[in-house]
Design a protein around this ligand. Sequence first.
Ligand SMILES: C[S@@+](CC[C@H](N)C(=O)[O-])C[C@H]1O[C@@H](n2cnc3c(N)ncnc32)[C@H](O)[C@@H]1O
Length: 208
Amino acid sequence: MTTLSRGDDQQRRYWDQHAGTYDRGMRFVERRILRDTRRWACSQASGRTLEVAVGTGLNLPHYARDTDLTAIDLSPRMLAVARKRAAELGLRVELRESSATPLDFADESFDTVICTLALCSIPDDAAAVTEMVRVLRPGGRLVLADHVASSVMPVRLLQRAVELWSVRSAGEHFTRRPIRLVYAAGLHITEQQRFLAGTIERLVAVKR
Ligand SMILES: C[S@@+](CC[C@H](N)C(=O)[O-])C[C@H]1O[C@@H](n2cnc3c(N)ncnc32)[C@H](O)[C@@H]1O
């Protein structure tokens, strides 16, 4: 991997430290907050698929068995958990240690790019979306799902207050809106869903 930015280096250290507890910590979130988001995101995969910031591979069980899947993450320890999960599932997936910014893949080399719950923590979310769009072929689909700034003002204010602590301690943002970056990149949004006071947003966008 090329030299990491300071933000990426901090993220890698943070997630290496939390790789052993991430899945347990996510149990409540999976059940009560995400609903069917992982299944929904993975069901959009077709053709050569890239998952960006795969973490411990919590999406892996939801891909169709024959998905042609490559996945990257910054954190070797998160990837180690993902590798174990892929092996247990008998899933063929190429797991690579890499930053999302830049992605180490040729232009227009994937039919689908998926990223869940990671644009909230990738330090340069705008650069990450630019990279995802670059590696997507024209007509290919970008699938994003994340927690975002609420559509309800008091909740948004609370999110801003939480961010004062969470960005510094974990690089975790609560008021981002990846959809704006997707619009700015000129993609055509074909599906958008928002729930839980607008704090969870998922979308499918097609590269023109
Ligand atoms: C909250 S976890 C989400 C993991 C997984 N996507 C999921 O849905 O459970 C955030 C992940 O983003 C990864 N990450 C953060 N910054 C990154 C970057 N610049 N490039 C690649 N991965 C990054 C972290 O290592 C971590 O595994």
